[in-house]
Design a protein around this ligand. Structure first.
Ligand code: NAP
Ligand code: ZN
Length: 347
């Protein structure tokens, strides 16, 4: 076993604590990555709040990070020491099922191994995430960071970015399509940037008008206020694709009513049971969908697209020692638009 330092959850109400973490010794197809920047995803906050502490499996959040390869396993050929790399929220999959063969490792029928809170396929240990100075990852699930992408601003692409990229891409967002993004947070602001870069006419749906200037700066055409019934009624049947990134449970009806005939609402924010009035689907033959993370090929393609189009997250960079402040502020919606932790203070 090798060791590193990171930020570990101690239970729902307790702050994360700096701790010494165990990492496995490199297998032939592993890389050791020095983690430089790790994004703070709302999923991290959900996970910390749900963690029971005590005897529960350890929780070290963090599943969107960039860094540098420091060591390679004996069978690794794609990477060398010193390469800049990025890692997202999946670090392994079976590689043999229909989903994996189709390049959708994120939907592995034998369940993809999550970057934290997952179960390692070989030794059964609980995976510990990127709020740490080193991560050991199977080389297939590390991505070369394209030149021109700022490593701090690129880190959130690996969860927030790919999670909205896959539905935008698979639903055909591009010139001539109208896209709306509900919830302007970490996922939402990247969805806007990506939809705009893909050529779609893009709108934001937010709870207030406060983010209107930001929405425009991100390239959006306009911002609809979801709490204004008049604005929502005027936008009825307007969008081919609605990407819903809202982090809290909510009624999907008002958002389905904004979808155009044969269009799709992709709900990627709140995961869990939903109740839908079928008439909201029937009228206009609308579709309800979801997505999460991305396959290896799509992730690499998204990174190339972002490098080409200058897309990265709008970040507030904090020393990793301020992780608890970041989580607290994220819970208050006080972030524009992604916290990224600088891990150098863990040396
Ligand atoms: P975030 O930065 O906190 O953004 C969420 C946005 O949702 C907020 O900025 C806010 O937008 C809106 N919102 C928050 N509370 C709301 C409420 N009660 N009612 C209506 N709108 C509300 O979070 P994030 O990191 O983007 O993550 C968003 C969600 O996606 C989280 O639930 C996260 O767990 C989930 N997620 C899913 C996947 C996946 O694989 N599908 C991957 C990553 C994250 P406005 O201020 O504009 O209203
Ligand atoms: Zn995430």
């Amino acid at each position: 076993m090798r060791t590193t330092t990171g930020w570990q959850a101690e239970g729902p109400a307790a702050p994360l604590r700096r701790a010494t973490l165990k990492r496995r010794e490199l297998r032939p197809d592993d890389l050791a990555v020095r983690v430089d920047y790790c994004g703070v995803c709302h999923t991290d906050l959900h996970s910390v709040r749900a963690h029971e502490g005590g005897g529960a499996p350890p929780l070290v959040p963090g599943h969107e990070f960039t860094g540098v390869v420091t060591e390679t396993g004996t069978a690794v050929t794609r990477f060398a020491v010193g390469d800049p790399v990025a890692v997202g929220n999946i670090v392994d999959s079976c590689g043999a099922c229909a989903m994996c063969r189709a390049g959708q490792e994120n939907f592995c029928q034998h369940f993809p191994t999550l970057t934290y809170g997952g179960t390692d396929r070989h030794d059964g240990s609980t995976t510990l995430g990127g709020y740490s100075r080193e991560y050991v990852v199977r080389d297939r699930f590390a991505y070369g960071l394209p030149a021109g992408l700022d490593p701090a601003g690129a880190a959130p692409l690996l969860c927030a970015g790919i999670t909205v990229w896959e539905p935008l891409h698979s639903l055909g967002a591009g010139p001539g399509t109208r896209v709306a993004v509900a919830g302007l947070g970490g996922l939402g602001h990247l969805a806007v940037k990506l939809a705009v870069a893909l050529g779609a006419e893009t709108s934001v749906i937010s709870r207030s008008a406060d983010k209107t200037d930001d929405a425009r700066r991100l390239g959006a055409h306009d911002l609809l206020v979801s709490t204004d019934p008049g604005q929502m009624a005027d936008a009825r049947d307007r969008f081919d694709v609605v990407i819903d990134t809202i982090s809290a449970p909510h009624d999907l009806g008002p958002y389905l009513r904004l979808v155009a005939m044969d269009g799709t609402l992709s709900q990627v924010g709140h995961l869990g049971p939903v109740t839908v009035e079928t008439l909201d689907l029937l009228i206009g033959r609308k579709k309800l969908s979801s997505a999460g993370s991305g396959g290896r090929a799509a992730t690499a393609a998204m990174l190339d697209f972002c490098a080409e189009h200058g897309v990265a997250a709008d970040i507030e960079l904090l020393p990793s020692a301020q992780v608890n402040e970041a989580l607290c502020r994220l819970g208050r919606n006080d972030v524009r638009y992604r916290f990224v932790l600088d891990m150098t203070d863990l040396d």
